[in-house]
Design a protein around this ligand. Structure first.
Ligand code: UDX
Length: 437
């Protein structure tokens, strides 16, 4: 199959490289000249384990190429994927669809022969209808079928998620389009991934419902964690105890500082807006958003509590800045409101992240000091806070940390360590939802 992938952001680049790896002929298109030039030099604009090697080997084999002009790649394509950004619109939280609509207009001007146009960007219900309208209006002779094929990949594990999906959702009732998409994903259902054909609007809603449900699961266990702390219970055992029930499932029940990232906050906000527009309010999702927002700031009070009630004049070391490990992505990272709140409460902050420090700088207050490693971050600190569970923070040399710190206080917002081992190591230790018991 010949594929044109419009947009070389996270989803576009990972999907394009994986499709090429399946054996298809893929051109990734982006208007950003510098990005395309960098990709042609083999430089990957995002940090994603394994992506550089995957891109390099598929470029070398001639299956993957890059372009700034979509005209040629679209004209030749059997399938055109739209994987451009859909950021939250300033002010109202709706998804900004201007890039999707612009891509639709350009596709309309260049398609030749039967072409399936597939939205991979997360788009509100009804966007596929709008893309079809735009194309048909701009080019009434265009022979296109518009489908929705949402992406469920997680940053840091994107290639694995793409190649071993739990399911593939394809929103189109057009049989010719179904055949093309089936051919594109053939290597995956050889891996026995179920492919599910639905209506287009249904596929669009599946993506939002999945993300909102996962965000709800996290927020639910976070609130149970607060209760566990106060009642002397252990949230990790509660999560295991409920997760072993197949109807609930054990994943996405890790209590922490609240969810962040490029998808959950943006998509839950957009879903809430859609619910309001259609007068079918999603009150649970609304509550999830506000509980999660409050939680990120509330984590600063946990640090304050661990230091005996006041942060004034104290130095706090923050370990991990990105919204999760194995990414350099700072979007909606819990570290941002947490660090701001720590400073508002009078603390000075020194921070370290294995990969995301450059990306963090523009997002964090200018007064934050950046350190070269975890031990430098502990140096002279009254408390150390683990905000992101990078692998290297799981095996810290506790004696060395303790020797560097002004006082041995560790606030572990990801429950990386066990309370008993920290006690043995001589730390005052606070974690999330582990009131013992
Ligand atoms: C998510 C979805 O998982 C993916 O299917 C979708 O396509 C995009 O959004 P991603 O944002 O990359 O992926 O990361 P994910 O691993 O889902 O984590 C999201 C946030 O939730 C992170 O801040 C993470 O720390 C938090 N989280 C996740 C928890 O606090 N507890 C958990 O149990 C799981």
């Amino acid at each position: 199959m010949r594929i044109a992938m419009i947009g070389t952001g996270y989803v576009g680049l990972v999907s394009g490289a994986c499709f090429a790896d399946f054996g298809h002929q893929v051109t990734c298109v982006d208007k950003d000249n510098r990005k395309i030039e960098a990709l042609e030099r083999g430089e990957i604009p995002i940090y994603e384990p394994g992506l550089d090697a995957l891109v390099a080997s598929n470029v070398k084999s001639g299956r993957l190429s890059f372009a700034t002009d979509l005209a040629g790649p679209v004209a030749q394509a059997d399938a055109v994927f739209i994987a451009v950004g859909t950021p939250s619109r300033r002010g109202d939280g709706h998804a900004d669809l201007s890039y999707v609509h612009a891509a639709a207009r350009e596709i309309a001007a260049n398609v030749q022969g039967f072409t399936v146009v597939i939205t991979k960007s997360t788009v509100p219900v009804g966007t596929g209808d709008e893309v079809e309208r735009i194309i048909k209006e701009a080019n009434p002779a265009a022979d296109v079928a518009v489908a929705s094929n949402p992406e469920f990949l997680r940053e840091g594990a994107a290639i694995r998620d793409f190649k071993h999906p739990d399911r593939i959702v394809v929103g189109t009732e057009d049989e010719r389009a179904q055949k093309v998409v089936a051919e594109i994903y053939r290597p995956l259902y050889l891996n026995q991934a179920p492919i599910m054909y639905t209506g287009r609007r249904t596929a669009e809603l599946i993506k939002y419902a999945a993300n909102a449900f996962l965000a709800t699961k996290i927020t639910f266990i976070n609130e149970i964690a607060d209760l566990a702390e106060r009642t002397g219970a252990d949230v990790q055992d509660v999560a295991r105890g409920i997760g072993l029930d197949n109807r609930i499932g054990g994943k996405f029940l890790h209590a922490g500082p609240g969810f962040g990232g490029s998808c959950f906050p943006k998509d839950t906000r957009a879903l809430v807006k859609t619910g309001q527009d259609y007068e079918a309010p999603l009150r649970i999702v609304e509550a999830v958003l506000s509980v999660n927002d409050n939680r990120k700031r509330a984590m600063a009070r946990k640090v304050q509590h661990a230091l005996g009630g006041s942060l004034r004049g104290k130095t706090v070391g923050v370990l991990g800045l990105t919204f999760k490990p194995n990414t350099d992505d700072m979007r909606e990272a819990p570290s941002i409101p947490l660090i701001t709140a720590l400073q508002d409460l009078g603390a000075s902050v020194q921070a370290y992240d294995p990969v995301g420090m450059e990306q963090a700088k523009p997002e964090l207050p200018a007064s934050v000091t950046y350190c070269d490693d975890a031990y430098a971050c502990a140096d002279g600190a009254d408390a150390l806070v683990i905000v992101t569970e990078w692998e290297q923070f799981r095996a810290l040399d506790l004696a060395q940390l303790k020797a560097k710190m002004k006082q041995p206080v560790l606030v572990d917002l990801r429950n990386v360590y066990r309370p008993d081992e920290m006690e043995k190591a001589g730390f005052t230790y606070e974690s999330v939802g582990r009131g013992r018991g």
